[in-house]
Structures are given as C-alpha cells and as structure tokens.
Design a protein around this ligand. Structure first.
Ligand SMILES: [Zn+2]
Length: 479
C-alpha cells in the first residue's frame, strides 16, 4: 500500500515537473538569441535575447531564453523594423522588395490614393508588411474639379485644368468635405503634392491644413518647387492653422538649398511648431512626365535641362523632341531627374531632423535600396553616421511622427517589452543595397530575418511565401 502511494506521488511530481518544463518552453513563440539589440528610444545597444509571444515582444533580457524556434542572431544586428513614411508601390507584390530592405511598415502618405476605403479593403489580409495611407488632396481636387477616374498606374492626376485651374470657394469647401470623408475611412494624414496642383491658391492650401488640424493629423506635403519660399509657405500654413506639418523628400524639394531648408525646419520647431521632414539617399529624383511638374517654364524654375531626365531601366537621356512627345502623352511615364549633388545629399541625410523615407516606386533604385544604402554607405563604409542614429531615423522617429494620428504607432519603432514584434535582423557586413539607376529593382542583401507582428516573413534571407501578417494603420478618428 505504502509502495503504491509512493509510486503515485512520484508520478504526480514528475507530471508536474514536465508541465513546468513544457510551459517554460512555450512561454515564447520565438526567441532571437544573442544578437546586438538596438532600441533608439532607450539607447539600448547590447547583446540580448528577445522573446516573442502573440505578436509582441515580451522579453528583452541578458538570460538565454528557450522556445520551439530559436533564431541564432550571434554577430547580427536586431532592430525595430524600418518604417517607410513614403512608399508609392503598395501592391502585395511591390512590398516584397521593401521587406528585403528591412521595412516592416510602408505608408503612402505623400499623394495618397483616390479612395482610402478601397485602398485599405483591397490590401486587408493580403499584405506581407504593415501599410496605410493619407487622404489625398490631389485626388480630392481631381474629383471636385471634375475629372474622371485615375488612369491605370497614374500616381498623381495628369496635368490639365483639374491641376492648373484655381478652385472656387465652393469647390474648396467640397475638397475639405472629401478629405474629412477620407479621414473617416481610415486615412492617417492629409497628403498634398502642391507641385502637381499648381492651381492651388494659398487659401486652398490653408483650408486643407485646417482639416488636418481639425482631425489632429499631419499634412504630408510635396511643396511647391521653389525651395525656401516653399518651406516658408508650408510653415506659415502650419502656424496659422495649428496643423502638424511633414515636408517630404526635403533633399529633392530643396536640392542645393537643403541645408538652409533644414535650418528653417529647426527654427520652426524651436518656436514650438510641429514640423518634421524626411529624405532619401540618392542624387536623382523621379516623377511622372505628364504631370504639372513639367508645365512650361519647368527648366527655368528648376535650373535643369532635358538631358538631366532619364527613362528608367533604359538609360535613355531625353532631348527636347523626346520630352515634348512624352509630356503630351496620356501615358503616365516615370522619369528619373538628376537634380542634386552628393555632398548636399550627404549633409541632408546626416542632419538629426531628417527621417529616412524612400519615395519608392519601381524604376528608381530608392524603391528597393534606400534603407540598406543609408546603412551601408554612411554607417558601414564611411562611418559618418552611428548605427544608433541610422536605426533611429529609420524606425523610431517615423513611429513618433505617426503617433498623434494612429495609436498603433506607439507600439512600433521600438525594441522593447510590450512593442509589436516588427523586427529586422541583419548581417552588419552584408546589409547592402543592390539596386542602381541602370538596374533599379534589385532587392537589397543582408536582411537575414524579418518579423511582422511576430510572424517571420523573411527566414534565413528568403521571403516565406503565402503569408500575410501585415495590418493596416488607420487614423484614430477613422474606422
Ligand atoms: Zn514627391
């Protein structure tokens, strides 16, 4: 009898022991072991284990953690996944090249789509990485001023009366209502491409900023193409309305005046205005050749000539005749614009105010290479930027920019307990851009693992097929 009881007790305690072992193992869905963990918000830069459960980071510790799947990150950098505030190609296929560049959230904030609800619904449940969009002023103007639907592949409304004519006050009010509807549908900012809508008056612009202030979302703006004056116009609109302002691609909007434009941004911030900016690390921009950017007088305004324009993938430089043929065509042909100098780009990129954003679209190397290029060029090769500063510009400061308008951003851009498990793990010797102006759509190398909401989307350098863990970031006042 005694013997039987003893055996029974032994069985119970063994079962208990096994249960404890099993639960210790199951505490994490996944562990990233022994990598160099970077968290810009807390300035953590140390070898740590990262435990992930239920899509969140639940442990960052010096202790070795165990799980069914342990990724050995010895010698690798473990950082918050990059947040690209400015990505135009958000097709399910298009975001694969972003993932290879370390991006876990890609947002179309500059121009925005013609219809926010359609844009979000089409992607929900189909995206490799997180996504979101602004409410679009150019498309609101397009709707109100009477043009029909967008052409296939058209990023911005083509030049014509809808972009070039001034709007009546009644039309401006209808644009405002259109933007409110788009924000209610989930937009996380107002996107303005004022270079593409030269008919927009100062008043029209200010009225759009008023809607942004009403919804407490930033205006993401490609300002008019006159550098300091453009920055001045935007800062004035932010000051008189109370709207937050984000100036997109300050490198290509201000070109050689970039450093001075950044001093204006710093000055506005010093006066208490919420003004931020971004840049991409290339000496050329890209646009659509039949847009209003190339309205008569563009050469005088920009100081550029036909031969500064190149057709993507072909290397063909334009002549006057070729330009006129393409500009008059309804086909939305992309065009590379060589408009900047390397030393100006370098100075703009290293400014602490500059966030990294790609303005990505197929045909320009920035689409696939922006984030790896910032790392490989400035951190690895030239050592003009620290790893911490680069990661901050690529993840944390973009998350902070987004926080006011979408609560989801408070859990992004951080490698901390409680943050979403959006994580990039890259090889510091191999993380490098591969896309060039000649061959623009080649994915970057060196991202070994990428997690989106706790799900591995890149495993051992290869994209996992058939999964879609990306979620929409939507506005606080939206759905
Ligand atoms: Zn732009």
């Amino acid at each position: 009898m005694l013997r039987r009881i003893q055996v029974g007790l032994l069985a119970v305690s063994l079962a208990h022991f096994c249960a404890v072992q099993a639960s210790a193992q199951e505490r994490y869905d996944l562990v990233i072991h022994g990598g160099r963990v970077i968290d810009p918000e807390t300035s953590l830069d140390a070898v740590r284990d990262v435990g992930i459960r239920g899509g969140q980071i639940v442990a960052v510790t010096e202790k070795a953690l165990s799980a069914t799947r342990v990724i050995d990150a010895t010698g690798l950098v473990v950082a918050p996944g990059f947040i690209d505030l400015h990505q135009h190609d958000l097709s399910p296929a298009g975001v694969r090249i972003k993932a290879m560049d370390g991006v876990t959230t890609a947002l179309e904030l500059e121009i925005g789509p013609p219809d926010v609800r359609k844009f979000l619904d089409a992607r929900q449940g189909h995206m490799l990485i997180n996504f979101g969009t602004s409410a679009s002023h150019p498309w609101a103007r397009n709707t109100v001023m009477g043009k029909g639907a967008a052409e296939e592949g058209e990023l911005v409304p083509r030049a014509g009366p809808v972009t070039d004519n001034p709007a009546t006050l009644e039309q401006i009010h209808r644009m405002q209502q259109h933007l409110r509807d788009e924000l209610n549908a989930g937009g996380i900012g107002i996107g303005m491409g004022i270079s593409y809508t030269p008919g927009a008056s100062r008043q029209e612009i200010i009225e759009m900023f008023r809607v942004a202030a009403e919804y407490a979302v930033p205006v993401y703006v490609h300002m008019r193409g006159n550098r300091l004056e453009g920055v001045g116009e935007m800062i004035a609109a932010a000051a008189v309305t109370g709207a937050s302002l984000h100036i997109v691609h300050i490198n290509s909007s201000c070109v050689s005046d970039g450093p001075e434009c950044l001093r204006m941004v710093a000055g506005a911030r010093g006066q208490g205005l919420d003004v931020t900016t971004e840049a991409y690390p290339y000496i050329a921009g890209m646009s659509q050749i039949n847009s209003a950017l190339f309205n008569p007088g563009w050469r005088e305004k920009s100081g550029l000539d036909y031969s500064d324009l190149m057709i993507p993938n072909t290397g063909e430089r334009l002549t006057k005749e070729r330009f006129e043929q393409l500009h008059a065509s309804p086909k939305p042909q992309a065009i590379i614009i060589f408009n900047n100098k390397q030393e100006v780009v370098d100075e703009v990129m290293s400014n602490p105010l500059t966030m990294i954003a790609s303005d990505g679209f197929p045909g320009h190397p920035r689409n696939g290479g922006t984030f790896a290029k910032v790392y490989s060029q400035y951190v690895h090769d030239r050592r003009t930027m620290t790893l911490m500063d680069a990661i901050r510009k690529m993840s944390y400061t973009p998350a902070v920019r987004l926080e006011k308008s979408t609560a989801a951003a408070r859990k992004k851009g951080r490698l901390q307990t409680g943050a979403d498990a959006d994580v990039v793990v890259f090889d510091p010797e191999k993380f490098r851009d591969q896309s060039t102006f000649e061959k623009p759509d080649v994915p970057s190398t060196g991202v070994r693992y990428l997690l989106v909401n706790g799900t591995l989307v890149i495993d051992g350098g290869t994209i996992i097929e058939g999964i879609a863990p990306g979620r929409a970031l939507v506005g606080n006042k939206g759905r």
